[in-house]
Design a protein around this ligand. Structure first.
Ligand SMILES: CCCCCCCCCCCC/C=C/CC(=O)SCCNC(=O)CCNC(=O)[C@H](O)C(C)(C)COP(=O)(O)OP(=O)(O)OC[C@H]1O[C@@H](n2cnc3c(N)ncnc32)[C@H](O)[C@@H]1OP(=O)(O)O
Length: 280
């Protein structure tokens, strides 16, 4: 049986020297057997945008780590992408969608958010690049955020695409920076530089480089060495349960609403224009 570990969601290849397992595509996950800390690296060039397949992998991995009783996790993006932590949900999943696949996607998104938001072990996102829309969401699910800077941006920018960030996206942000600041932020689809994100409390620490950001993440996880895993889990659960319970209670309603809403001509038109604007 492994020790209890913390998780840092982070993008690097060289930190972990003692690997329990590594999956080769889209998501690399390693557990340092000495420290019990998992490093989960998103590796989906060019911008780590989240397709249905990547979503499945993230959810499966979190659930695996949950069973392995790790001490903590770092979540990050592969270094070779250089300037992107996560470009958000894959807009192509929403544009002219296949209805079956869209339903699967939205269900998986709900489940992955629930898994990552409610992990029983501590989690850190090492945000080593831009982190927009769903990218900001997964970073916000973690217990601690260290963002590399100064030139990257983070935020829930959905309104800029002509879509509405669902209630649980907005609640996740409000729990971190407070209702008023979150409201102003999501309405305008605001994105923040590393310094601005630090100032409003969207991230906990900043760092000029990735290695240092990773060290800060590890320090955060090590701060739980003397905390009982049970006390950690129960306290986090009490803190986050009101937000997660809303989704658990309203999953089907939320799914049906978003499923229909995403396919309306007006949303499709906006998504098409946004996709076009991203093309080189
Ligand atoms: C009553 C209740 C109401 C509730 C209603 C709810 C209904 C709402 C439904 C909610 C679901 C919708 C939520 C969506 C959340 C999101 O995540 S939307 C996406 C947000 N992300 C973005 O806006 C980022 C867009 N990308 C960029 O800004 C840049 O690409 C970058 C800064 C990340 C990186 O820049 P750079 O390195 O210069 O790369 P590019 O050349 O721009 O991109 C390369 C390549 O990737 C494609 N691409 C980029 N991002 C995405 C993406 N998110 N999805 C799909 N594809 C993407 C880009 O088009 C380029 O493609 P080509 O190489 O040109 O083919």
């Amino acid at each position: 049986m492994l020790k209890r570990y913390n998780i840092i969601l982070y993008s690097t290849n060289k930190i972990v020297n003692s690997c329990r397992y590594v999956s080769q595509s889209m998501l690399k996950s390693t557990v340092n057997e000495k420290t019990g800390i998992a490093t989960v690296i998103i590796n989906k060039p060019p911008v780590n945008c989240i397709s249905l397949e990547l979503l499945n992998k993230i959810n499966t991995e979190i659930n695996k780590l949950q069973k392995d009783n790790i001490r903590g996790m770092i979540l990050t993006s592969v270094r070779s992408l250089q300037k992107v932590f996560c470009g958000g949900l894959d807009i192509k999943e929403f544009y002219n969608p296949n209805p079956d696949r869209l339903a699967k996607y939205l269900t998986n998104l709900q489940d992955t958010w629930l898994s990552l938001y409610m992990t029983s072990f501590p989690t850190v996102s090492v945000i080593n690049g831009h982190s927009l829309g769903g990218g900001c969401l997964i970073a916000m699910c973690c217990d601690y955020r260290v963002m590399v800077g100064p030139d990257y941006t983070i935020g829930l920018n959905e309104t800029k695409l002509g879509v509405v960030p669902p209630k649980w996206f907005q609640d996740t942000m409000a729990a971190i920076i407070g209702h008023r600041k979150a409201e102003v932020s999501v309405i305008a689809g605001k994105t923040y530089t590393t310094d601005e994100a630090l100032q409003i409390g969207l991230v906990d620490e900043s760092s000029p480089d990735i290695d240092n950001a990773y060290k800060k993440g590890i320090q955060f996880l090590n701060s739980f060495e003397k905390i009982s895993p049970w006390a950690f889990k129960m306290t986090k659960n009490i803190s986050r349960q009101p937000i997660s319970q809303w989704l658990i209670d309203n999953k089907q309603k939320d799914l049906e609403f978003v499923f229909n809403y995403m396919q309306t001509p007006s949303v499709q038109k906006h998504l098409g224009l946004y996709l076009q604007s991203l093309k080189k």
